[in-house]
Design a protein around this ligand. Structure first.
Ligand code: HEM
Length: 186
């Protein structure tokens, strides 16, 4: 994955736990990279090892770290670093969700070697939809949950996310039931 992902993990850890804990996590993960370059590609193993090491050092399940990372990604990495892109994708949660399937094609203009996930929205109503998530990567469904929760916070729209099909339990792909409060429906 692009270095911006590892940088975002670093930013989240330092923000909540400080530099010393980040150095411990990096050492445990066996990561020797000093500074991650946002627009360089790194092996996915680095990201997975960092999340695994964070889970051990912070004594927190990896799923929970990934949920927190999803929220951090939306609220800090994306909103602070790519505000225009985020803004263009929607001004309300439902609008943003409907545009999500095409979102990473714009990101590919900045990061040409991106291997993005693929999203589809079905059964769209004014207060809910089903989000289909396809990826060649394993284990990132909790990250998607955190991303949705982050979007709920960003748009000040209470949202619930429930995984109703799991690829790691044999389903073709992950599906999430996403519901939001009627007040924000557009
Ligand atoms: C401007 C905002 C965003 C940028 C710059 C961005 C960029 C990226 C990058 C660089 C990766 C790593 C993949 C790679 O390097 O090949 C990634 C992965 C991912 N992104 Fe985004 N992204 C953004 C917003 C979002 C949003 C809003 C969502 C969903 C709500 C999302 C969902 C994901 C997921 C789930 C992955 C994990 C990869 C996978 O599942 O295979 N991203 N994105």
């Amino acid at each position: 994955m692009y270095g911006m992902v590892n940088k975002a993990v670093e930013d989240m850890v330092i923000r909540h736990h400080g530099e010393a804990v980040w150095e411990q996590i990096k050492a445990k993960a066996g990561v020797t990279v000093d500074v991650f370059m946002s627009n360089e590609s790194y092996s996915d193993d680095i990201t997975y090892n960092l999340i695994g090491a964070a889970s051990e050092i912070l004594k927190t399940p990896a799923e929970q770290i990934l949920i927190g990372f999803g929220e951090h990604w939306v609220l800090h990495t994306a909103t602070e670093g790519y505000g225009n892109l985020m803004h263009a994708a929607g001004r309300t949660l439902p609008e943003f969700m409907r545009n999500l399937p095409s979102f990473h094609s714009r990101v590919t203009m900045i990061f040409p070697k991106l291997q993005p996930p693929h999203f589809e929205c079905t059964e769209i109503t004014s207060q809910s939809l089903k989000l289909h998530y396809y990826s060649h990567r394993q284990g990132l469904a909790p990250f998607v949950v955190g991303l949705m929760q982050g979007l709920g916070l960003k748009f000040k729209t209470p949202v619930t996310v429930c995984r109703i099909a799991a690829k790691d339990a044999g389903a073709d792909h992950d599906i999430f039931a996403v519901n939001w409060s009627p007040a924000s429906a557009s």
